[in-house]
Write a protein of this length. Structure first.
Length: 340
């Protein structure tokens, strides 16, 4: 195997950095009349966000940051991670630290923009930085109507994004708790956890599921710029459901959108492996826990989540700087090779 690819695929330890005390600025930021419309796909991990985002990005008038090693759509984790790690961008030192890290991330590299482009653009806020990067990527790819972003960690930040991007559209996707938790549990490794550790893990997953699903449902209900769908509806009739979402986004549905060039993002190799991920006791526990958590005030769940995140700091996924850590420069053809 090519040495660069070997380094690229090698696992890396995750970094932790303390979060900022205050949030970034969400001063309303609109694009020019010719700017593409931002589309944020929201939803819990393993609920179908990758599939939905890839379908929308497959529209001839849409663009997104995609790579083969991410099964297509690449998560930016921009507002959940980058926007909370470096401080106010009005401070030049903060901006230089942010630019040095973000422009060497896989996400930025895959936009195709030169590393010095962000420095010369010198945005004054995180929403401005992200919007300018995405608009410039869209412009260099021939000009489109939409750009698509998908990060499950942005789901709880929906209101912030709506305030910062007043012309953005949001598409939320939900899924039944059992397959979501079974899929997430599978990502923990081939060796299943045993009780009592398994009990704690399942309860933690149920809490995360309940918070994210309820938060997303409330946002989609209250925000007229959001439309919701479900994994089950998309699976039952992909064409009809995608056409409905396209109508909301103001673009015409085409059958070719469903013909994706990416590998399917699944945690299971077959039906037997999927059905065996949760036993009967696990399934009963998940059903009872999710039902019980519906009785807990949403504000209390969010407060508990935020306190826990503040204690643990920002956990950076190992894929964030995978290309840089493998020694692949932004200008290297290997960036685009590994993106296909």
């Amino acid at each position: 195997m090519n040495r660069t690819v070997t380094r690229f695929l090698a696992p890396r330890p995750r970094r932790l950095t303390p979060p900022l005390v205050g949030p970034y600025s969400t001063v309303a930021l609109s694009g020019s009349g010719s700017s593409p419309t931002p589309v944020f796909v929201l939803g819990l991990q393993r609920s179908g966000t990758t599939w939905l985002a890839n379908v929308l990005a497959n529209h001839p008038n849409a663009v997104a940051v995609q790579a083969e090693d991410h099964f297509g759509i690449h998560e930016s984790i921009f507002f959940s991670h980058f926007a909370r790690a470096y401080g106010d961008l009005d401070d030049d030192l903060n901006f230089r630290r942010f630019a040095a890290e973000f422009t060497t991330s896989d996400y930025y590299m895959l936009t195709g923009l030169p590393p010095d482009w962000l420095l010369s653009d010198r945005p004054g806020s995180y929403p401005e930085a992200f919007r300018n990067v995405m608009d410039e990527m869209a412009r260099r790819r021939g000009g489109v109507q939409l750009w698509i972003e998908k990060s499950p960690t942005h789901t709880l930040l929906a209101e912030e994004l709506a305030a910062a991007f007043p012309d953005a559209r949001f598409v939320g996707i939900e899924r039944r708790p059992e397959p979501v938790i079974a899929s997430q549990l599978r990502l923990d490794g081939d060796e299943p956890l045993r009780y009592p550790r398994r009990l704690l893990r399942l309860l933690s997953m149920c809490l995360t599921y309940s918070l994210n699903q309820r938060w997303l449902a409330r946002f989609c209900h209250e925000c007229d710029r959001c439309r919701s769908t479900s994994y089950e509806a998309l699976s039952a009739n992909p064409a009809r459901e995608t056409e409905r979402i396209c109508a909301f986004l103001g673009v015409r549905f085409t059958d070719s959108m469903l013909d994706l060039p990416w590998r399917r993002n699944t945690s299971f190799e077959g039906r037997h492996q999927r059905s065996g991920s949760l036993n009967s006791f696990d399934r009963a526990l998940v059903a009872v826990a999710v039902a019980a958590l519906r009785l807990v005030p949403l504000s209390l769940l969010r407060s508990f989540h935020d306190r826990r995140k503040a204690r643990h700091g920002i956990e950076w996924p190992d894929w964030c700087w995978r290309r840089r850590d493998a020694g692949i420069a932004a200008s290297s053809p290997e960036v685009s090779d590994l993106a296909r």
